[in-house]
Ligand binder design. Structure first.
Ligand SMILES: Cc1cc2nc3c(=O)[nH]c(=O)nc-3n(C[C@H](O)[C@H](O)[C@H](O)COP(=O)(O)O)c2cc1C
Length: 476
């Protein structure tokens, strides 16, 4: 029997059918996984020292693009709506979404872009968040707000910007013209070393604007196979930004050093991939010929190799970075790694593994990194799949020092005031949790309107996005 949520047919869960924490525990044991749960919640709701602040609880809203900016990159009506909901939701760290530092680094025509004329609008967004949080909870001194700065690299729209060629990934990278995809030619040029040098300064300029706008920190995004992530794994790139380790970390260490010199009041954090993974095509062919990629040992590409991610984190700690948000994979070719899901978006494959295996991978890799670098502060990922039970896994990870802060992405779109509910009622409402059925990803992938991009949000739980989803043009 299909499930109906918000008037939409969702489907019956193939994997997630747990009515109790005990049933979920049994499945974890059956799969031989190491996810643990605590029945009572304590540490999750207590203050945590982060940067120079004590944030009011350990709950973080991950960066979640809404694809709803104006054509010139300013936060627009739906952007404000989303962050107003997050600000009154009770999580004490709001990690604002991927915001491009250059126009050609946007992944879609409605991605936020922090240029000079945009700074005032970003400042209004930050002011609104602090004011609304204060009105709702009496105090915003324990609320931390950061902004993720990015260049989308090979996923930039309409022209990909490549750090390195990789046959398996080039195969799923496209040029776009009039909403048509064209394959990438084999001789497509790489971004030059000179352009990368100039781009370092664009990150610094955007960081200075973020500081003026009132953000507490910027995240220099190095995940999900966007440009800086690709540079970290660009073993076959020639020149000063590729090949040996020192070259591959040149861009990020330069940017961090320059921001700390030129914008001394601003904290620098980073969201980083611990393992890029391989594409399913590559996975299907035994041991593929992988030469690039981060957190990957080319001889054993199917297994994460944390040596370089840990070395990077240690290097960045020496450069004064103390806050890291840990994540995995590429949303473009192995989304099950980053966001374990029940049902894929229409143009994606079904999950190749039980989603709980993906949750377990997130938790295990983050715990290994925390153990290796105990003095840094880490935000963990992979919680939304656990629905109303996620706080219990979060509490277990906090108590065992496997993580410092717990982030949710899709859960925050579905249930923006999940933290307030936890604080006030001690539990989440199962009727409001994220179902991981990928409508948000589906909306994000749709480009067939005048603006070249539909906005995204939670279709099953938010009537506004159900309406947008129903109005999508039918595909022939
Ligand atoms: C619609 C959508 C937008 C996202 N936007 C971003 C983003 O701007 N930056 C980022 O680092 N990750 C982004 N992500 C990934 C999430 O932050 C998060 O890592 C992922 O959804 C897994 O966490 P969850 O299981 O709690 O959802 C996005 C994911 C989705 C589904």
């Amino acid at each position: 029997m299909p499930l109906f949520e918000g008037g939409l047919q969702i489907h019956m869960s193939r994997y997630f059918h747990f009515k109790s924490l005990e049933a979920l525990r049994r499945e974890v044991r059956r799969l031989n996984l190491s996810v643990e749960f605590e029945a009572s919640l304590r540490m999750l709701l207590e203050p945590v020292a982060v940067l120079d602040r004590r944030v009011g609880n350990a709950l973080v809203i991950h960066p979640m693009e809404g694809c709803d900016g104006t054509p010139d990159g300013l936060p627009d009506e739906l952007t404000f709506r989303r962050y107003h909901r997050f600000a009154t939701g009770g999580a004490k760290l709001i990690w604002c979404e991927a915001t491009a530092v250059t126009e050609d680094g946007r992944a879609n025509p409605r991605q936020l872009w922090l240029h000079d004329r945009a700074t005032d609008t970003f400042a209004r967004l930050v002011d609104d968040m602090r004011r609304l949080h204060r009105e709702r909870f009496g105090n915003a001194d324990d609320l931390l707000i950061g902004l993720q700065l990015t260049h989308s690299g090979r996923w930039s729209h309409p022209r990909p910007v490549l750090a390195v060629h990789d046959p398996l990934i080039d195969r799923v990278t496209f040029l776009r013209k009039n909403n048509q995809k064209a394959p990438l030619p084999a001789d497509y040029p790489l971004i030059s070393d000179d352009d990368l040098k100039r781009l370092e300064d664009r990150f610094v300029a955007a960081a200075a604007r973020a500081y003026r706008a009132g953000f507490d920190f910027v995240d220099i995004k190095q995940c999900h196979t966007y440009l800086l992530n690709e540079l970290l794994g660009a073993r076959t790139r020639p020149g000063i930004y590729g090949g040996p380790w020192e070259n591959r970390i040149r861009f990020i260490t330069n940017v961090v050093r320059k921001i700390r010199d030129r914008v001394p009041g601003l904290h620098v954090a980073t969201r980083v991939n611990l393992y890029d993974g391989v594409s399913p095509d590559a996975a299907a062919n035994g041991t593929p010929d992988i030469r690039n990629g981060f957190g990957i040992d080319p001889a054993h590409p199917h297994q994460p190799d944390l040596r370089e991610p840990i070395a990077l984190i240690r290097t960045l700690v020496e450069h004064g970075v103390t806050l890291f948000n840990l994540t995995l994979g590429s949303p473009y070719y192995n989304p099950h790694l980053g966001r374990p899901f029940e049902k894929p978006a229409p143009d994606m494959r079904p999950t190749p593994e039980h989603p709980l295996i993906g949750v377990d991978r997130h938790f295990r890799l983050a715990a290994a990194v925390k153990q290796a670098v105990p003095n840094a502060t880490f935000v963990g990922t992979g919680y939304s799949y656990l629905r109303q039970f996620f706080p219990h896994a979060a509490e277990a990870n906090l108590r065992r020092r496997r993580i410092d802060l717990v982030g949710v992405g899709r859960m925050a779109l579905a249930y923006p005031d999940f933290a307030a509910d936890l604080l006030e009622n001690g539990r989440l409402d199962p009727r409001r949790v994220c179902l991981t059925v990928s409508f948000c990803t589906a909306l994000m992938r749709r480009k067939d309107n005048q603006l070249g991009q539909f906005p995204t949000g939670c279709v099953p739980r938010d009537a506004l996005y159900a309406q947008i989803y129903r109005s999508l043009p039918r595909r022939s």
